[in-house]
Write a protein that binds this ligand. Structure first.
Ligand code: GRF
Length: 215
């Protein structure tokens, strides 16, 4: 399946959003970003979107801190659909999504996480990696399901943990890779170049196009 319009959900800094917009400007991303939604009116991501001429909105979240209410999830999904969004990218979005939102975009929500999943899901992934003493860290682009950082993996990149690393230096090394692999992974998904089988993601079967054309 090909996707035609990207919606980005961001709560903060927006550097991954920026890398997506830059990849599009360089002609490396076929899918346009149609809208950016945030739960945080002060998110720098909103200014980054607007500076690029992209609609950016803060929508109500309901009473919870770590998720959206069911009603809010319905509204967020409707706002995206109304604008032609069929693929969603979470980019530093700090709330866990549930059924009303997930079922609006089946197999069409991506997230980037700053660890080599399934190691270190959740918050403070880079600090967890340092505390554990791993020698290799990295980042993962994955589909979003009901679990936390738990869906099928689309792309991963590895970076070394160096002696003397702090959370800041390791995070910066990982972030550089995030900015490379997120646009690439979004492009593969948007072009319909992958298929999901259980937990695993494979290159799409090459005969899909010819089968469509035979109809
Ligand atoms: C990134 O480290 C990303 O992996 C995680 O949240 C951070 C967001 O950073 N999910 P930014 O807002 O994209 O700069």
């Amino acid at each position: 399946m090909r996707f035609h319009g990207l919606g980005v959900l961001a709560s903060g800094r927006g550097s991954n959003l920026e890398s997506i917009l830059k990849a599009r400007a360089r002609g490396e991303l076929s899918i346009p970003t149609l809208v950016v939604l945030s739960d945080n009116p002060d998110a720098p991501a909103l200014a980054i979107a607007r500076a690029a001429g992209i609609e950016a909105l803060t929508l109500p979240t309901g009473p919870f801190r770590t998720r959206l209410s069911a009603e809010a999830e319905g509204d967020w999904a409707a706002s995206l659909r109304q604008r032609g969004v069929d693929l969603v990218a979470l980019a530093g979005f700090m709330r866990v999504l549930h059924a009303p939102f997930l079922s609006s975009f089946p197999d069409a929500i991506l997230n980037i996480h700053p660890s080599l999943l399934p190691a270190f899901p959740g918050l403070r992934a880079q600090a967890q990696a340092l505390e554990w003493g791993v020698q290799w860290a990295g980042c993962t682009v994955h589909f979003v399901n009901e679990g936390v950082d738990a869906g099928p993996i689309v792309e991963q990149a590895v970076v070394p943990v160096k002696a003397g690393d702090t959370v800041e230096t390791l995070s910066a090394r990982i972030l550089e890779m995030e900015h490379r692999i997120y646009p690439t992974a979004i492009e593969r998904v948007a072009r319909g170049a992958i298929r999901i089988e259980g937990r695993r993601v494979f290159p799409a079967a090459p005969n899909i196009i010819s089968r469509d054309m035979q109809r």
